[in-house]
Design a protein around this ligand. Structure first.
Ligand SMILES: CC(C)(COP(=O)(O)OP(=O)(O)OC[C@H]1O[C@@H](n2cnc3c(N)ncnc32)[C@H](O)[C@@H]1OP(=O)(O)O)[C@@H](O)C(=O)NCCC(=O)NCCS
Length: 261
């Protein structure tokens, strides 16, 4: 079974192929067990670590280019007839595990930011059956993550989930269903905790200014939109509202004190 350790154009007699004409990247391992599996990587991709297991046949992996975002680090299993498609400027702080089998698709939009310890699993790895009917209880289901989604640390996305563009998934959350655009969803299972939000990549302590109390401190991306669909989430409670106002006042006080020194 061919195991490839460097990215370059490749084709074998079983119809497995890699299409890539970019610079040499380290930390690569692509394993072709079956046949007719294809990898297409944009020559401008930036990859720090990529482990791919094609266990079966007719799998497809696509990875988009990178215009300056942090690199991609992923361990990806692509099963029978399955497709993993990763957009442009998708970044990971540590290796993100992904799995798609039984014809499922994982589609990740442009500019998605994974934190660390994330997983995207369209399948459960092993079959579960209903004892009475013998039918499968846990078929693999496709996942779609829209453009410019931020997955907080240890957030997990499971089969059937769909996350709208511009949204944020909270620390340790598990997404099992649909999450609309431009909202924060958190918890297990993830539920909307805030609507009508936009997030940006500049880090709070690595990119000046080091207080960012409002949108004048960043360059707005094209992902500033109101959340679509009916609002089932409750609005800000009094406690949350007071906390927001308090945080803003504290930011302003600290800035004034800082500039007076
Ligand atoms: C979700 C998050 C962004 C905060 O969003 P927020 O709108 O400020 O949320 P609040 O703190 O006002 O909390 C709103 C509600 O969601 C709950 N909540 C917030 N984060 C949560 C989480 N990760 N899991 C479960 N519930 C969470 C709060 O308890 C609160 O519940 P309540 O309404 O019942 O009191 C933040 O908690 C988070 O998870 N950040 C991820 C950070 C991260 O992973 N960084 C990695 C570096 S890239």
């Amino acid at each position: 079974m061919p195991i490839i350790h460097e990215l370059s154009t490749y084709a074998d007699e079983r119809g497995n192929s890699i299409s890539y004409q970019g610079r040499q990247e380290k930390g690569i391992r692509v394993k072709f067990t079956g046949s007719n599996n294809t990898v297409t990587i944009d020559p401008r991709a930036r990859i720090e670590s990529l482990i791919v297991d094609f266990d079966c046949n007719n799998g497809v992996l696509r990875i988009g280019g990178n215009d300056g975002a942090p690199p991609l680090r992923a361990a990806i299993r692509v099963g029978q007839d399955s497709v993993v498609s990763i957009g442009r400027n998708v970044s990971m702080t540590s290796v993100c595990a992904m799995s798609a089998t039984e014809g499922a698709h994982i589609t990740i939009g442009d500019d998605v930011m994974f934190a660390s310890e994330n997983q995207v699993r369209a399948d459960d790895g092993h079959p579960i059956f209903d004892v009475r009917t013998g039918l499968r209880a846990n078929p693999a289901r496709s996942i779609t993550i829209g453009a410019h989604v931020w997955l907080g640390r240890a957030a997990v996305v499971l089969g059937g989930a769909k996350i709208g563009s511009g949204s944020v998934i909270g620390y340790g959350s598990i997404v099992t269903k649909s999450v609309p655009n431009n909202c924060i969803a958190a918890g297990v299972p993830a539920k909307i905790v805030r609507r009508d939000i936009a997030w940006e990549r500049p880090h709070l302590s690595l990119v000046a200014p080091f207080y960012k109390p409002d949108a004048s401190t960043i360059t707005k991306s094209s992902y500033w939109h109101l959340t679509e669909g009916p609002s089932r989430a409750r609005g800000l409670g009094t406690r949350q509202l007071l906390r927001r106002v308090g945080t803003r006042l504290i930011h302003q006080l600290r800035r004034v004190r800082g500039s007076a020194r």
